[in-house]
Write a protein that binds this ligand. Structure first.
Ligand code: ZN
Length: 195
């Protein structure tokens, strides 16, 4: 009497499928890591209690040839605001180093901005305000400033799930100013953030 041939096991088929599935997931994760390596945040970029209020990013220039967070803080207080209106300031080698990212107290506290006035205050409530020192009506931002900006914006987009389509300029929102100046190239920034 011969033994019946072994029947193909149902459960081993499932195990094989699961193994293939996990290999696939790992391959996609590795590929994504290769294309989009994580950005290591600088000190101060990670607030102690991150908020989920942020839905967009608004870019500004200072309109001045020189400056930094301390100087703008002074200017903004003179205008009657409680403190520096932006969340971040990117230096141009005057008050701070070229491309240096300064973190404002509003970011640390995850507090609303004071940089983009609209009737409903949406962009101050939900927009991360970043100011580049310089007057981009007269000259373009320094490449090092653009690199720092792209790195910061890329980090913020990933961390707060902000799509690239939600990166705006001040003037693009209000149409009442040409901030951050005619030489600021938003399309270029978006390309840098996407690559
Ligand atoms: Zn502005």
């Amino acid at each position: 009497m011969s033994n019946p041939p072994p029947r193909p096991s149902h459960s081993s088929g499932i195990v094989r499928l699961l193994v293939l599935f996990f290999i696939g997931v790992a391959a996609v994760a590795a590929w994504r890591y290769e294309i989009h390596p994580p950005i290591r945040p600088e000190a101060g970029w990670v607030p102690p209690h991150p908020s989920n209020r942020w839905t967009c990013i608004v870019i500004h220039h200072s309109g001045s040839d020189a400056g930094g967070a301390d100087r703008f803080d002074e200017w903004h207080r003179k205008r009657g605001w409680d403190e520096l209106g932006y969340h971040f300031v990117i230096g141009n080698g005057t008050d701070t180093a070229m491309g240096q990212v300064e973190v404002g107290p509003r970011w640390t506290e995850q507090k609303h901005g004071a940089h983009t006035k609209t009737d409903d205050e949406y962009y101050n409530q939900h927009g991360i305000g970043i100011c580049l020192v310089g007057n981009f009506d007269k000259y373009p931002p320094n490449p090092k400033q653009m690199e720092s900006l792209a790195r910061l914006v890329k980090y913020l987009c990933r961390q707060y799930h902000i799509p690239v389509s939600h990166i705006y300029t001040h003037g693009g929102i209000t149409h009442k100013t040409d901030c951050p100046g005619k030489y600021f190239d938003l399309a270029k920034l978006k390309r840098m953030v996407e690559r």
